[in-house]
Design a protein around this ligand. Structure first.
Ligand code: DWN
Ligand code: ZN
Length: 407
């Protein structure tokens, strides 16, 4: 029996995805024999509404000096983070004297650079040294540590309290959510604002996008669970802003209770979540069935194409693809290679099932019959870029929201 990371109530898994490797653990052939696996099971806490992994590998196995994900590789995400920074400046900084922003998990500085460029006091906290170095090389103040109450106290002593604490695709990675929320309460001014966004549980359930679940994502949040978790630390949800990024995300805006007006968006979303059944165990039983049906359809399609002698190449060696490949037990005979623009992934093999990852030039040189879109969340940007692939007879396979060939 395990206990909920938010409220400590007992929780039990409703579904296991089987043995899973580290999602971003791209590896060399000589490392196959010692590859690490954990059982990836998920649970839903009926008490506080939080959806979480039952076990999560140690943080040092996931976030280190060779972390493979660099935020700035997508043009769309660059524009998204500029808009996010503008939203913070407009909403929080207006009328404040010399405001100070702290970003947790600032990666290569994709968002903080806008604060730096506008001359604002800023600090990034990024535990993966290699991505933090990219930010530092561009003059973005960055500290390579894990955030907790102790660090919050040291930051206050050195820089004073923050006007805004922000993050994107970070909060859902942190198992000690209570420690982090307490640290944020310490770090923020009494009228400070906390803003974070993460993949949204409501979208994941609606789209059966189970690939959002992997080692790094210890939580998949809803407004209900965020409100509960941060409410314990004196925060209240003051606004919610849906985002289309990562296949459907939610930006949560929180402040110390009573310090800011609460938008009507909050009550409306909480009500929508009840109507969707996000508070009920039976919703997750159905989600499990939907995942199994999706797996069956994808494996069936790949088997068929393999038997017909078609060439299939994966597009985007995403973290998400590790869940799909391992849960569906997709093999190198199904997928010739995965094309990815990230140099650190190229020349290596995908975690667990060991499909080669090759540079994008290999995809361009010899386009396959079918391309399996692992980076489905970037579909708009990719389809625009890959018009020649389609015009040349290439077809896309997607699996979110359902397995299909896009003609
Ligand atoms: O939360 C997280 C999110 C924000 O980013 C992290 N835990 C890790 C990561 O998740 P992901 O790996 O699933 O993210 P993406 O953005 O879906 O990854 C896209 C991958 O596809 C990258 O490896 C780059 C690659 N790519 C490509 O090869 N060609 C991407 C685009 C847009 C392209 O045109
Ligand atoms: Zn709970």
């Amino acid at each position: 029996m395990n206990n909920c990371r938010v409220c400590s109530d007992p929780i039990k898994p409703f579904m296991s995805f089987g043995p899973m490797p580290i999602a971003n653990g791209f590896l060399k052939e000589e490392e196959f024999a010692t590859e690490y696996f954990f059982e990836m099971a998920v649970a839903f806490c009926e008490h506080c509404g939080s959806f979480q992994l039952v076990e999560q590998p140690n943080a040092k196995r996931m976030f280190h000096e060779n972390y493979a994900f660099f935020s700035s590789l997508s043009k769309y995400m660059q524009a998204h983070f500029k808009a996010y920074a503008d939203n913070v400046i407009e909403r929080v900084f207006k009328g404040r004297k010399d405001p100070f922003v702290v970003e947790l998990g600032s990666n290569d500085g994709i968002m903080l650079r806008h604060f730096k460029d506008a001359g604002y006091r800023h600090l990034g906290i990024e535990p993966s040294e290699n991505v933090a170095d990219v930010a530092r090389s561009q003059g973005i103040e960055t500290l390579s540590e894990f955030f907790n109450l102790d660090l919050a106290e040291r930051l206050v002593a050195k820089h004073g309290h923050a006007d805004a604490v922000i993050c994107a695709n970070v909060m859902c990675h942190i198992p000690d959510i209570n420690g982090v929320a307490a640290g944020m309460a310490k770090l923020l001014k009494s009228d400070g604002v906390l803003m974070f966004e993460d993949p949204y549980l409501g979208d994941m359930i609606n789209k059966t996008s189970y690939d959002q679940i992997y080692d790094e994502h210890v939580f998949i949040f809803s407004a209900t669970s965020v409100s509960w978790a941060f409410g314990q630390h004196g925060f209240e949800l003051i606004d919610v802003l849906p985002q289309i990024t990562h296949g459907g995300s939610m930006r949560y805006v929180l402040a110390k209770k009573g310090s800011h007006a609460v938008s009507s968006n909050v009550a409306a979303l909480l009500e929508k979540e009840r109507a969707q059944g996000l508070h009920q165990a039976k919703t997750y039983v159905q989600f499990k069935r939907n995942c199994e049906a999706s797996r069956e359809a994808l494996v069936g399609l790949l088997d068929k194409l393999h038997n017909e002698g078609k060439r299939v190449v994966g597009y985007g060696a995403t973290s998400k693809s590790t869940t799909v490949l391992n849960y569906c037990r997709i093999r190198p005979e199904h997928i010739e290679f995965i094309s990815d623009t990230t140099p650190i992934k190229q020349g290596k093999f995908s975690p667990g099932v060991h499909i080669p990852v090759k540079p994008y030039a290999d995809f361009m040189k010899n386009p396959p019959d079918y391309s399996l879109l692992f980076a489905w969340n970037h579909a708009a940007e990719i389809f625009e870029k890959e018009q020649a692939f389609k015009a040349g007879g290439g077809k896309w396979i997607t699996f979110v929201p359902k397995v299909e060939i896009i003609k």
